[in-house]
Design a protein around this ligand. Structure first.
Ligand code: FES
Length: 67
């Protein structure tokens, strides 16, 4: 799943977003600034937000479990 491309325009994969979240970038807008994810056309925005929220939830859950 990590290699799944979320954004064809900017070649951003699920794993790219996951790594950023794991490194503390938890704001979708910041991820967009860094990767250009969903900044050129509307086709990937909804799916990108959905995946971002799922990844964020997973990272927060793992962090709480490991504390
Ligand atoms: S596919 Fe992501 S901006 Fe176009």
């Amino acid at each position: 799943m990590d290699n799944t491309i979320l954004c064809e325009c900017h070649n951003v994969a699920v794993g790219d977003v996951k790594r950023l979240i794991e490194n503390g970038i938890v704001d979708f807008g910041e991820i967009q600034i860094i990767t250009s994810l969903a900044t050129s056309c509307p086709s990937c925005r909804e799916q990108s937000l959905k995946v971002f929220n799922e990844l964020l939830r997973d990272v927060v859950h793992v962090t709480k479990v490991n504390i």
